[in-house]
Design a protein. Structure first.
Length: 422
């Protein structure tokens, strides 16, 4: 490596360290911002003890971004180039979040592009009505569709006393399948806590050293399909695996210190949430999931296993309504509708019960355009992996592409075109 390349690499590493300090500083103003931190403890202590204002942090972020933009291109390999572009986009996202905390108003789409490097497609009520019409043909009973759906799903609620046993079985199965394809550290593990009064249904708090705390919200009834979803999404091969691979392969092995901090409102979240959702079908393709649920989870939950296939056929249709939640958030945050109307929309087009719709509006109040990371992220991750041969017909290749994505600094805009965008 020549002297120019050495100087560029040194500057890049310095700016990566500065980025960590700035994110920790912003976290002192925004309690939701720092999702995980595995860097030096004294850096966090320093951030907690400093008195930097948002204006000062914003100025420092702008100066560092300018230095990064001016960094001469050198003989970086493909992965190092991805790192450079990821850090540059992360700095720009950080500046946008600081601006929002200072009162800057962005539209839903402007915000999601600035923070997450992606814009979700817009789908009107007519699109969702077509899905609802197909559901109406499948659901028994008369009256409003939401009432018929609630009545149908009520037969698939897990009694509170059975939740832990069902979740534990789901976690064991997800871990076993993931370990069959991804080499995980022998010391990795996580513990589960049950909590209440949250705007989310589940959360992974990565602790470092390959350990996580997973919290499950029990405010609302828990349906049987959520057990495998939560086990995969929060655990294997979702957030827990994503974070430990980042720690092992980027922070420890490569010394890329910027990945020691995970700012929630950043491009990393679309990859994290999208891969966690897509990881469910990677671990349990549709037919295998139905078979596993019928033979293991439904009996553990005290539910009729003969209804498994029908239940998941209905859920597959309901999944087509996923982007309706984005539209509710877009209209609500853009001031076109109020909170009550947003809950109405979620009831009508996402088939959420009123309590669940109101919980979702609370989530939107807290996390805003973050909602796109779940469904758009899933679609982008799926298209990226399948475009590289990681199809359901080639499970080994799919797992390989999936694990490589999790441990790389790839940006959402590098995954491919947005599905459904014009």
């Amino acid at each position: 490596m020549d002297s120019e390349a050495v100087a560029a690499a040194t500057t890049l590493n310095s700016l990566a360290e500065t980025y960590v300090h700035l994110v920790l500083g912003v976290g002192e103003h925004d309690p939701d911002f720092v999702d995980a931190y595995i860097g030096p403890a004294e850096w966090r202590q320093s951030a907690q003890g400093q008195s930097a204002t948002l204006a000062e942090l914003g100025r420092d972020a702008a100066q560092s971004t300018a230095r990064l933009e001016g960094l001469a291109a050198t003989d970086r390999d493909d992965l190092e180039e991805l790192r450079y572009l990821h850090l540059l986009k992360s700095y720009r996202s950080l500046s946008s979040r600081i601006g929002m905390l200072e009162g800057e108003r962005l539209t839903f789409d402007q915000e999601s592009e600035a923070l997450y490097d992606a814009i979700a497609p817009t789908r009107d009520a007519e699109f969702y009505q077509g899905v609802l019409d197909r559901l109406a043909e499948r659901l028994p009973g008369d009256g409003p569709l939401i009432d018929r759906y609630d009545a149908y799903r009520s037969a698939f609620i897990i009694a509170p006393a059975r939740v832990d046993a069902v979740l534990s079985a789901a976690i064991d199965a997800c871990r076993e399948r993931t370990r069959g394809y991804i080499q995980l550290p022998e010391t990795e593990s996580f513990r589960v806590e049950y909590v209440t009064d949250k705007s989310w249904s589940g959360y992974n708090w990565y602790q470092g050293d390959f350990q996580s705390l997973i919290q499950i919200n029990t405010d609302l009834p828990i349906y049987v399909d959520r057990m495998l979803d939560l086990a995969c999404h929060e655990g294997y091969p979702g957030h827990h695996v994503y974070n430990l691979l980042i720690e092992r392969d980027l922070v420890t092995a490569r010394g890329w210190i910027e990945f020691a901090v995970y700012p929630l409102f950043s491009p990393r979240s679309l990859i994290a949430e999208g891969s966690a959702n897509y990881g469910i079908e990677v671990a349990f393709p549709k037919d295998e999931r139905v078979a596993f649920e019928r033979s293991v989870l439904f009996p553990l939950a005290g539910l009729d296993p003969e209804r498994t296939a029908d239940y998941y056929a209905i859920q597959e249709l309901v999944a087509e309504l996923s982007f309706a939640g984005n539209e509710a958030a877009r209209r609500y945050l853009d001031g076109q509708i109020d909170a009550e109307a947003a809950a109405d929309w979620l009831e009508s087009y996402s088939l959420m019960s009123r309590p669940r719709a109101e919980q979702r509006v609370r989530f939107i109040d807290q996390y805003r355009s973050y909602v796109i990371n779940y469904n758009l992220g899933q679609e982008l991750v799926r298209e990226f992996i399948e475009s590289r041969g990681g199809t359901a017909e080639a499970p080994g290749r799919r797992w390989q592409e999936f694990s490589e994505l999790l441990s790389s600094p790839r940006l959402p805009s590098q995954l491919g075109p947005v599905p459904g965008a014009e």
